[in-house]
Ligand binder design. Structure first.
Ligand SMILES: Nc1nc2c(ncn2[C@@H]2O[C@H](COP(=O)(O)OP(=O)(O)OP(=O)(O)O)[C@@H](O)[C@H]2O)c(=O)[nH]1
Length: 338
């Protein structure tokens, strides 16, 4: 059994290392560099920090004053709302922070920033969970999301990590409408030397059924189904996803084992609305939040944690292979306030 996992909440400013295997049957591995490559890890963290700078600059600004007063809390409230943390998470964070400030008898605004990082880390912690594959063979992963969220790119990156870990992967191109989507997935499949079940036109549920059946007979470790992008308001297309889900269960009664929503972090509060809508339709098991590089709306993860805490298995901070990383609450909170 494998899980994509990173050491929890590394101490501040310490480059987190990839975990060591912990032995069978629950061997653990990570998509990020091994412990011997702290420089690469540092580089990635730097990218997350600079990516979230747009979100964090106004947040950090709040703590440059000389006193802790109502004006500071008001400014912080505005900055959190601007970062798309949403009303509920913002209210929660403010009252949590006031409590921490009182308890610690803090008088320096700079120290309040540290306490906010703690409060954010605690709030985000329920989102930090590894994606485990290997409990079922094949582990069937269905991937959904709106158009252009980054589904195919994220599947490509994930496939590469799995292939590198000697997992036999089969991709199902369940986007039967868009030829470009199938081609894009084929490119990733070729690049990673994994198999693909693809079909022009036809029923996406049928393609997925064939893929899961093939995955079983070919002893694959993982089957990943890429579905066509759609808006949650397109009810017939949402029904199509439900059908794909049902048909997967016909091919393998225990599947799908994971239903992942890919959301574009750039869409802020709209990402939260997408998570709620897709979760209601499909009972999501995890999220991949993409495009956190250069967004001013990174606070949406706080809103998610407060209102729909579905695990964030991965975050995307760029278009390159190494830009898909596991989510760490502490790192994210620190990057947000850097
Ligand atoms: N900057 C940045 N770009 C990303 C990230 N993830 C994906 N992209 C880009 O977003 C664009 C859309 O990605 P796709 O993977 O094609 O999105 P999709 O959800 O499969 O799109 P549809 O098939 O149309 O639904 C591409 O140009 C990707 O390179 C990310 O984390 N950061």
């Amino acid at each position: 059994m494998f899980s994509f996992f990173r050491k929890k909440t590394p101490p501040p400013e310490t480059p987190a290392a990839g975990p060591a295997p912990v032995g069978e049957p629950s061997q653990v591995l990570a998509p990020e560099p091994a412990p011997s490559q702290p420089t690469e890890r540092r580089t990635w963290l730097d990218r997350l920090r600079s990516g979230l700078r747009k979100t964090g600059s106004s947040l950090s600004q709040v703590f440059t004053g000389t006193q802790i007063d109502d004006a500071l809390y008001e400014e912080l409230e505005a900055a959190l709302l601007m970062a798309d943390a949403g009303v509920k998470a913002t209210e929660f964070l403010l009252s949590d922070l006031r409590r921490r400030v009182k308890e610690r008898k803090v008088t320096d605004p700079a120290a309040v920033k540290g306490l906010l990082a703690d409060a954010l880390t605690e709030l985000l912690a329920p989102l930090e969970k590894p994606l485990v594959v290997g409990q079922h063979r094949p582990t069937v992963i269905m991937v959904v999301g709106v158009n252009g969220a980054g589904k195919t790119t994220s599947i490509g990156k994930l496939t590469r990590h799995l292939a590198d870990a000697d997992q036999k992967v089969l991709l199902a191109a369940a986007d039967t409408f868009r030829a470009a989507a199938r081609e894009q997935l084929s490119v990733w499949a070729d690049r990673n030397r994994v198999e693909i079940v693809s079909q022009e036109g036809g029923d996406p549920a049928a393609v997925t059924f064939d893929a899961v059946t093939a995955g079983k007979s070919r002893a694959c470790d993982v089957v990943i189904a890429d579905t066509a992008g759609r808006l949650p308001t397109q009810l017939h297309l949402m029904e199509e996803l439900r059908k794909i889900r049902r048909v997967i269960a016909k091919a393998d009664a225990s599947a799908p084992h994971e239903v992942l929503l890919v959301v574009d972090g750039n869409t802020g509060q709209n990402a939260l609305a997408q998570v709620k809508a897709f979760d209601e339709a499909l009972q999501l098991t995890g999220l991949i939040v993409t495009k956190l590089d250069g967004t001013a709306k990174g606070g949406v993860l706080a809103a998610l944690a407060r209102e729909r805490p579905i695990p964030v298995y991965f975050i995307g901070v760029g278009e390159k292979l190494e830009d898909l990383q596991t989510f760490s609450a502490r790192e994210f909170a620190q990057a947000l306030l850097a």
